[in-house]
Design a protein around this ligand. Structure first.
Ligand code: CAA
Length: 260
């Protein structure tokens, strides 16, 4: 957790994680991926943290991909280990039992877009650019991009981005449904805070269960997904948050959720 290339800050229920390698446009090497995994585990277990925000240092890049210089030295075995580590890290982000917002402050390319895709929500600055340029390097996306991009935008558009390596502007990414909101740089942080606060007004227990149902459903057909929802929905009724939410509505007051 003491990697200088990963900053962690906790404020008012939000865990801020900043990839801090701005000179290399926050490119991800193995050390940062390990630190990111550890940060996710730590913030996931910290009851004080209700929402996690992931961003990159500087104004130019969110994350410009996996570290190309590090990959230059890899053989196939090392590449397999790097791919596994990337997958494990992205899965840690996706499986976090709390919402993760990607605050995309610039380039989100290759492993950077794949990181944003592992998050639950993307708020992007107007000058951000999104793409999977791996084929321009003789590679293809190896941190989950071939799978998560298809889930996010469908097969035709995923093929288009992966085969051409072209970059989308933030507005195009928004029109594709890849990004939730696009804002001017001066509004980026406050917009993310608004999103986080809107989420934090609601039941953490319900959000945890909803996130799991949504993500599990991506691996299932509709009928299996509905069956899973049917199994999970009653679990809300075993939580204090559900009792509180229903009671508060009937008593015409704001609920006070504990996440239990
Ligand atoms: N890895 C390592 N270093 C990187 C990097 C990366 N992914 N992206 C940028 N950098 C470094 C550059 O090498 C440069 O360092 P030096 O000054 O020491 O050469 C520094 O960051 C600044 O970059 P540029 O001078 O290139 O900045 P620019 O404004 O001219 O261009 C850019 C910005 C378009 C993002 C360009 O840097 C670029 O194309 N970067 C690579 C993007 C990319 O191909 N990403 C995919 C990587 S592969 C991957 O992610 C595999 C996977 O799925 C697991």
């Amino acid at each position: 957790m003491n990697d200088p290339h990963l900053l962690i800050d906790i404020h008012d229920g939000i865990g801020w994680i900043t990839v801090n390698r701005p000179v290399q446009l926050n490119a991800l090497n193995a050390e940062i991926l390990h630190a990111l995994r550890a940060a996710m585990e730590s913030l996931g277990a910290n009851a004080e943290v209700r929402v996690v925000v992931l961003t990159g240092a500087g104004e130019k890049a969110f994350i410009a991909g996996a570290d190309i210089r590090a990959m230059q030295a890899m053989d196939a075995e090392a590449a397999r280990a790097f791919c596994r580590l990337g997958h494990a890290c992205m899965s840690n982000i996706a499986a976090l039992p709390k919402p993760v917002i990607a605050m995309v402050n610039g380039f989100a390319l290759g492993g950077g877009l794949e990181t944003a895709l592992a998050c639950d929500w993307i708020v992007a600055v107007e000058h951000a650019q999104f793409g999977l340029p791996e084929v321009t390097l003789g590679l293809f996306p190896g941190f989950g991009g071939t799978q998560r991009l298809r889930h996010a935008v469908g097969k035709a558009r995923a093929m288009e981005l992966i085969f051409t390596g072209r970059r989308l502007t933030a507005r195009e990414a928004h029109a594709w449904g890849l990004v939730n909101t696009v804002v001017p740089a001066a509004e980026l942080r406050n917009t993310v805070l608004d999103v986080a606060r809107a989420i934090m007004a609601n039941s953490p227990a319900a959000i945890r269960l909803a996130k799991r149902a949504l993500l599990q459903g991506l691996n299932m057909g509709l009928s299996d997904g509905l069956h899973y929802e049917e199994e999970q929905f009653p679990k809300c009724f075993e939580r204090d948050d559900c009792v509180e939410g229903l009671t508060a509505f009937v008593e015409k007051r704001r609920p006070v959720f504990t996440g239990k």
